[in-house]
Every structure is written in structure tokens, then in C-alpha cells.
Design a protein around this ligand. Structure first.
Ligand code: SIN
Ligand code: FE2
Length: 199
């Protein structure tokens, strides 16, 4: 099932439950090597979302700003991007180039992500691929500049979104999650994977 909302390609129920379970195992393996952390925003507030990354670089934030870092805050290399995630990227983007980073976001109860653009990458002609696992999240899509009318949709476990083309710099965010709506993660919560070409 594919829908286009403001230039975002929305693939509802793209991954079956087996594929979702397998991705959660991949995420656990990454997080066991590169533990989740909650970055400080440049404004000094910790993010409510916990995160880690796989790939040659990982997304990171602290007082000095947002950036991609070659190592985990512990000083270790980020684990490689799981093969199933790479396969999904190649299938849905049609690109030969692999992503440099797979950011793994974990939304516990009450976590959210404010409206933002993904703009820490060097070249916005590459798309961003986003995979949702676990509890449903209310995803809001805005405009190319901050503000204005927005549209929202619930992203559920197994849904995949490609943000590319003219919509690559469209504002988006997650207003809230419906904690406990999915049984995929025994302790509840939502995992979102975003793959990006960074350099
Ligand atoms: C993000 O924009 O980085 C995350 C989007 C999501 O959690 O669906
Ligand atoms: Fe984003």
C-alpha cells in the first residue's frame, strides 16, 4: 500500500511481523555494542527520545550542536548497519549507494520529537528512509519552512516512509506515541530507524 503525503512516500504495512521481529533483534544487537543514550540538545535539554546508531557515522547532539560523529560517546566505533536494513534501503530507494548512517530512535512513554528538518547531511538529493517498529507514533508533516498547516498520520509497526526529492527538507516530527498499542516490544515503546547518506 503506497500513499504520497506532501511528497513523502508512505508504505503502510510494508514489513510483515516476521520481518519486524527480525529487525528488532538486529536493533538489540546494535544497542548491545553501542548502548542507547539521550543526547543533550544545544538548548541544554535532554531529548526525550533515546538513540544510538549503526554505520560509519552516528548522529549526535550536544551543547555545540547537531552533527554526525565517527564514534559512539563511549569512544567505540558504531556497529555496521544490519544487512536487512541495507536490503530495505536498496529495495525502496532503488539506489546502489548504501547509507552511511542508520539512526535508531527509541520512544518510551511520553517521548516525542519536535518539528525539524533533517539537514545535517552534505547532500539533500539523497533520500531518507524511515522504518517504524512497535507502538504507533503520530507523525506530523509540515512544510519546507517552519510553520503553516500540517498533516498527521499514525505510523504503525512495519510502516516505512521515504522522504526524498522535493520533500527532502520538509519539516516533520512525532507528536506522541500510543504507548502499549503494539505487542512487538515486550516493554512497549516505539523504535524508528532512519537511514541517511551523510557525506
Ligand atoms: C525523525 O524524524 O528523525 C524520526 C521520525 C520518526 O520517528 O518517525
Ligand atoms: Fe527527521
Amino acid at each position: 500500500m503506497r500513499a504520497k503525503i506532501r511528497g513523502f512516500d508512505i508504505y503502510k504495512e510494508y514489513l510483515d511481523v516476521r520481518a519486524q521481529i527480525s529487525l528488532v533483534e538486529d536493533v538489540r544487537a546494535v544497542a548491545s555494542q553501542a548502548p542507547m543514550f539521550s543526547p543533550q540538545t544545544p538548548y541544554g535539554k535532554p531529548m526525550s527520545v533515546h538513540m544510538t546508531s549503526a554505520g560509519t557515522v552516528g548522529w549526535y547532539a550536544d551543547k555545540t550542536g547537531y552533527r554526525y560523529a565517527p564514534t559512539h560517546p563511549h569512544g567505540t566505533k558504531w556497529p555496521p548497519i544490519p544487512a536487512a536494513v541495507l536490503a530495505l534501503w536498496h529495495d525502496l530507494t532503488g539506489l546502489e549507494r548504501a547509507p552511511d548512517c542508520c539512526l535508531i530512535n527509541y520512544y518510551g512513554e511520553g517521548a516525542r520529537m519536535g518539528m525539524h528538518q533533517d539537514r545535517d547531511e552534505a547532500d539533500f538529493s539523497w533520500p531518507v528512509l524511515s522504518v517504524s517498529l512497535g507502538d504507533a507514533g503520530l507523525f506530523r508533516i509540515g512544510n519546507k519552512t517552519r510553520g503553516g498547516k500540517t498533516e498527521s498520520l499514525w505510523l504503525e509497526s512495519g510502516d516505512v516512509v521515504v522522504m526524498g526529492g522535493a520533500a527532502r527538507l520538509t519539516y516533520h516530527g512525532v507528536d506522541r506515541i500510543r504507548f502499549g498499542s503494539s505487542s512487538l516490544l515486550p516493554k512497549g515503546g516505539r523504535i524508528n530507524l532512519t537511514c541517511r547518506v551523510v557525506t
